[in-house]
Design a binder for this molecule. Structure first.
Ligand SMILES: Nc1ncnc2c1ncn2[C@@H]1O[C@H](COP(=O)(O)OP(=O)(O)OP(=O)(O)O)[C@@H](O)[C@H]1O
Length: 897
């Protein structure tokens, strides 16, 4: 047996759009005009076939796969498998995914191979082809039948047949007649395959998939062997496995979590096992050592293809991006190792055993047919058959006999015709002695064969004669029954088709509902998101409000304390008792500049801080006493009263004092001093000019300090006011926003309500329809049963119909369940809209509260404004005073005495 290596191809896909956008660099290239690939700067690998980024699907197919299709038709088992990192282009190359939507040029290997196989069949009319298709996937180390999803994983087993080929017992094999049929099965299986989105690939295959096409070829014509013996018909069964492996992936790169993470682990462990098998098979030193096929399902399934009896092509797909350098290098290393794997392909052709297989198969079919016929005829000819019901053994033998008789008759006819022809030819054509001798030998042999066939045929007829009568009757009856059954079947089929259409319609409606529901759920989620945002904003605003009220309280406190300071430190007309002394300069000033004193002049008296005022008062007192002593010494008329009396108390006295030329230090409003008097006083006080100068400085200093303090307070107050105004503005904006959001929320809630109403209406309608469909199906089932009881038709057919019917029933039940679920969802939707409303109410309440707070804040702001104005006035007055004092004293210095 000839050994051939596994052929290895490497395909580098182009950079994907997103990779180009992210400026990925290319790190793998094909060396032009060679079969080599260079990765990085200097790692070079040689392969059987290499395909660069510009290679087409057609190129890949023609180079690697076309020869495999030819081998398949010849009778070899062949395999192509795509290996590589996730997102490297395996599915694209093999031709998985949504094949129906792929344009012609982009079609992968499987669709192209299918087309070619069927083309070969059509070009070969002398051979009968039976084509079967199966599709399975290995998902998380479990086998799944992608063509019969109901098949339990436990019912699928990997076994080896007597020839050592790997077979999957329990997998559905669909017999197909056309390429379109295969394509629709492929599409169906692809749709059922486990795929998912990862960061590396939007449509990542999460399982290893094996699509298998089995071809059974039987030659139509019988050929005479050269030696004259009769040769049986050629019988070939070969298989083409298309394997799309899941991609190896680094969990960190794919960002997989949860289920995807578990899948990753299983995928990687399966691929690791495959890598080990490739390493073991590819290592010449380990040739005789154990190959760990049993480590994973995928390696067990690929046993034939790797080191077995199949012809295999491995296509390694590689990403060109430098970000995937490590993975690409790894894939290339495995691919390189796989080149060392040697297979021993064998032709799956064995005339004797295949003929036996064929006969056994035919016997089986006939036995089944006979059994069903007997079963159907038993009801009508029960009397006859009750006595002669054959057991399985007899049936089997009878069938064999019938089969052989049929064949014998065929051969006999052929031989008869050939015999007559040869007899005629013998006389008409001149033959040499050798030819005549050979022909005679043939005549003799034919005679013998004829004799033996006739003997056996007679023998069997001898047995059959006894049964010919009843059998003939039975056959006629069976034929009649068959016709009846066929008619009934046709009628049933019409009903079924109708029901199927209805079910399809229902399915569509349900799908639409599911879509609608999805949309509702999405909009609901969005509403919830908006709600959440609103809540967050409310909390923020609440915090802001708290902060503001805190600041307001602080501001209030500071304003109150400043007001207290103002009242407590300085002389106040309202609290005259607290003001112990008045200032002499004021009196003079009043006399001198004749300022008409306002009645409320003292009410707005401002003062420096407690410390400075005390200091001023204390200094003033000391100096005044000194001055008074001095003046009293010089002039007894001038009697200054240092009194603690209030302004009001001193007012009357003042008047009398003025009348007596006596001067009080207390300045009274409206009191006017003459210049003479002032001069007199000045003359008297001239000696104490130094002390007065000091006093002036002190007074100015004190006023300046007080003014500075007031200015500072004013600045602070302005700052706080600006801040408060800013917050007021923010509050107003927030309130407006919140009001808008409430409106939106109410609108969304109303929308959701109306939609959920419509939805529940629809659900009710559909539930009703499903109920009707169920009732109709039950009725049909009854009808069918009645029909079956009456006619007792083909058992296999009956079973098939029952199965189909049950499937449809299950589908209808499922639909009802889905509808019930939808109803529940709609209820949930309704409750959510109520929640929404509640939330909106709460929001409204909070907005009301905020509005109230805003009004309060405005009030406080007004108060603050007023206070600020007062402060302003005080400052201005202080400034005025300072100006006056400053202007008064230089004047005083300039006075000529
Ligand atoms: N030769 C190519 N030319 C153009 N685009 C390609 C090529 N090969 C792959 N792609 C694109 O790259 C992306 C990933 O390809 P694909 O899904 O076939 O990768 P994969 O190896 O099967 O991945 P996974 O192992 O995750 O299933 C797809 O969008 C596919 O269209």
């Amino acid at each position: 047996m000839e050994e051939i290596p596994v052929k290895v191809a490497v395909r580098i896909r182009p950079l994907l759009c997103k990779e180009i956008l992210h400026n990925h660099q290319v790190c793998v290239r094909v060396i032009p005009n060679t079969q080599q690939i260079i990765i990085g700067r200097d790692r070079v690998f040689t392969f059987d076939f290499v395909f660069g980024k510009n290679s087409t699907q057609d190129e890949v197919y023609n180079t690697c796969i076309k020869p495999l299709v030819l081998s398949l038709i010849e009778g070899y088992n062949v395999t192509v498998f795509a290996y590589g990192q996730t997102g490297s282009g395996k599915t694209y190359t093999i031709g998985g995914g949504h094949v129906a939507s792929v344009v012609e040029g982009q079609k992968g290997i499987i669709p192209r191979a299918i087309q070619e196989i069927f083309q070969n069949i059509s070009e070969n009319p002398s051979t009968d082809f039976k084509i079967k298709v199966s599709y399975i996937e290995v998902y998380k180390e479990d086998l799944r039948d992608l063509l019969e999803l109901e098949t339990s994983m436990k019912d699928l087993h990997i076994r080896e047949d007597e020839k050592g080929n790997t077979v999957i017992v329990g997998a559905k094999e669909c017999q197909v007649e056309s390429a379109d049929e295969v394509m629709s099965l492929l599409e169906m299986g692809n749709a059922a395959r486990h795929t998912g989105t990862t960061q590396m690939n939007e449509h990542s295959s999460r399982s290893h998939a094996i699509f298998t096409i089995s071809i059974c070829q039987v030659e139509k014509n019988t050929e005479a062997a050269e030696d004259g013996s009769w040769c049986s018909r050629r019988h070939i069964v070969s298989k083409f496995h298309f394997v799309d492996l899941a991609g190896s992936e680094r969990v960190m790169k794919t960002g997989n979590t949860g289920e995807r993470f578990k899948e990753s682990i299983q995928i990687n462990s399966g691929l690791l096992a495959l890598g080990n098998v490739i390493s073991a098979l590819g290592d010449p030193r380990r040739k005789s050592s154990h190959i760990p096929y049993r480590d994973a399902k995928i390696t067990r399934l690929l046993k034939d293809s790797l080191g077995g009896s199949a012809k295999t092509v491995m296509i390694t797909c590689v990403s060109p991006s430098s970000l995937n350098f490590d993975e690409s290098l790894n894939s290339l290393k495995y691919a390189n190792r796989a080149r060392n794997i040697r297979n021993k392909p064998i032709l799956n052709f064995s005339p004797e055993s295949d003929r036996m297989d064929e006969m056994e198969f035919e016997i089986k079919l006939l036995r089944e047919a006979l059994q069903s016929q007997q079963a159907s005829s038993m009801s009508q000819t029960s009397q006859i058959h009750r006595e002669e019901t054959p057991d399985n053994r007899i049936l089997f033998l009878e069938e064999q006999v019938a089969q052989l008789q049929g064949e014998c008759l065929g051969y006999q006819n052929c031989i008869e015709e050939a015999f007559t022809l040869l007899v005629e030819l013998k006389d008409a054509v001149r033959l040499n002695q050798k030819q005549q001798h050979k022909l005679q030998e043939w005549f003799n042999m034919t005679q013998e064969v004829r004799k033996s066939i006739l003997t056996s045929f007679r023998g069997s007829r001898g047995i059959g004669n006894l049964e010919e009568g009843p059998q003939h009757i039975t056959v006629i009856q069976l034929k009649r029954e068959l016709k009846k059954c066929q008619c009934a079947l046709a009628a049933d089929e019409v009903v079924f088709n109708k029901k199927e259409l209805e079910v399809k319609e229902l399915k569509n409606q349900v799908q639409m509902m599911v879509q609608e529901n999805k949309e509702h759920v999405l909009s609901l989620k969005e509403a919830q998101k908006v709600n959440r945002l609103q809540n967050e904003k409310i909390i923020e605003q609440q915090l802001l409000l708290d902060q503001m009220s805190e600041e307001l309280t602080k501001l209030n406190l500071s304003m109150t304390s400043s007001a207290k300071e103002t009242c407590g430190d300085g002389p106040d007309a309202r609290i005259p008792e607290k003001r112990p002394y008045t200032v002499p300069f004021d009196t003079r000033l009043g006399h001198y500049i004749c300022i008409p004193a306002r009645s409320d002049a003292r009410k707005v008296y401002t003062s420096p801080s407690v410390y400075s005022l005390d200091r001023v008062v204390a200094g003033f007192r000391t100096r005044s006493q000194m001055l008074l002593g001095h003046i009293e010494e010089q002039d007894e008329v001038l009697h200054c009263q240092f009194s603690d009396n209030s302004d009001e108390e001193s007012e009357g006295q003042e008047k009398s004092e003025i009348g007596h030329q006596s001067h009080s230090w207390i300045q009274k409003p409206g009191s006017v001093c003459s210049l003479v008097e002032l001069n007199d006083i000045h003359d008297q006080t001239q000696k104490s000019s130094l002390e007065n100068e000091d006093f002036k400085d002190l007074k100015v200093e004190c006023l300046q300090e007080s003014q500075e303090l007031n200015l500072q307070k004013l600045r602070n107050s302005e700052l706080i006011l600006t801040e408060a105004k800013q917050k007021m503005r923010e509050l107003t904006i927030n309130i407006n926003m919140k009001e808008d959001l409430i409106k939106e929320l109410m609108k969304t809630g109303n929308d959701a309500k109306s939609v959920s109403k419509q939805y529940s209406l629809k659900v009710r309608k559909l539930a009703h329809e499903a109920e009707q469909a169920k009732v109709e199906l039950i009725e049909t089932e009854k009808q069918l049963q009645e029909l079956e009881n009456k006619d007792l038709s083909d058992v296999a057919l009956k079973v098939k119909l029952q199965r189909e019917f049950r499937k449809k029933m299950d589908a209808a039940k499922l639909k009802v369940q889905v509808l019930q679920k939808k109803q529940q969802n709609s209820k949930k939707l309704a409750s959510l809209s109520i929640q929404n409303e509640k939330h909106a109410n709460e929001l409204e309440q909070s907005v009301d509260h905020m509005k109230y707070q805003k009004v309060q804040l405005q009030k406080r702001l007004q108060e603050e404004n007023e206070k600020r104005k007062q402060l302003d006035t005080e400052i201005k007055r202080d400034q005025q005073k300072i100006k006056v004092i400053l202007s008064y004293f230089p004047a005083k210095h300039n006075v000529k005495y």
